[in-house]
Design a protein around this ligand. Structure first.
Ligand SMILES: [Mg+2]
Length: 227
């Protein structure tokens, strides 16, 4: 993604949308938790266990992360527990106070409910991570259904994922809006023919805004609410 793209504003009419698909991490929830866990907390823990420096632990872990980027294995906590010999869900629980919902998310979910849109949370997250996050944030009941990519058997970065999801949920792709903070996911949905795509330009409260060059962006869901 280029660093200096101008913001493209979302231009769609709610009359053209029946179904709203929302990503979890970075989109509804502050990605700071995930960034902190993988980039700071886990390397520190790993360095203590193996008696190496935090820097060395970061280097080793980052190269392992890169090998499974954009795959379901990346989100698979069982995979990482096995791979690193650690109880990853248990470690995540220890810092679950850092899990937070982005501003205006609840207002937006309420708005979708009022407009009677079909509302789905669609995440690459593993079931164990999902349950930690839903327990902490209580956003689960807003949705008609919560879908883990593993149920479809592919990561959202694969265009075929959306075919599988459509069979599962029965939506009209041309009348569906997908909101996600991973541009690769939006590209795959575009290839599949998803009608409306929106990029979240500020997934972490600790990182600066980065607009997509290709897709319309929002920083906060407030932008989709009636003024
Ligand atoms: Mg995300």
């Amino acid at each position: 993604m280029h660093e200096h793209c101008h913001k493209k504003t979302a231009e769609f009419s709610w009359d053209d949308i029946d179904t709203v698909l929302l990503d979890m991490d970075g989109t509804l929830l502050d990605k700071h938790f995930d960034d902190y866990f993988w980039e700071q907390y886990l390397p520190e823990h790993y360095s203590l266990i193996h008696g190496i420096s935090v820097e060395a632990a970061k280097k080793e872990l980052l190269s392992r992360y890169c090998q499974v980027e954009n795959t379901l294995a990346w989100a698979d906590t069982d995979f990482w527990s096995r791979e690193l010999g650690l109880d990853i869900p248990e470690l995540k629980l220890r810092i679950n106070h850092l899990i937070g919902v982005h501003p205006y998310v609840i207002e937006f979910l309420e708005f979708c409910l009022q407009m009677r849109k079909n509302l789905y949370l669609v995440t690459n997250a593993h079931a164990s991570t999902l349950s930690i996050k839903l327990e902490r944030t209580a956003i689960g009941p807003w949705f008609d259904r919560v879908v883990c990519a593993a149920e479809v058997g592919l990561a959202k970065e694969e265009p075929l994922f959306w075919e599988g999801l459509e069979k599962m949920l029965n939506f009209d792709r041309k009348r569906t809006l997908l909101v996600d903070d991973t541009e690769q996911v939006l590209f795959s949905a575009e290839q599949y023919g998803m009608g409306h795509l929106l990029f979240v330009a500020r997934p972490s409260s600790r990182q600066r805004t980065r607009y997509s060059c290709r897709f319309p962006s929002i920083e906060y869901f407030k932008e989709l609410l009636p003024r």
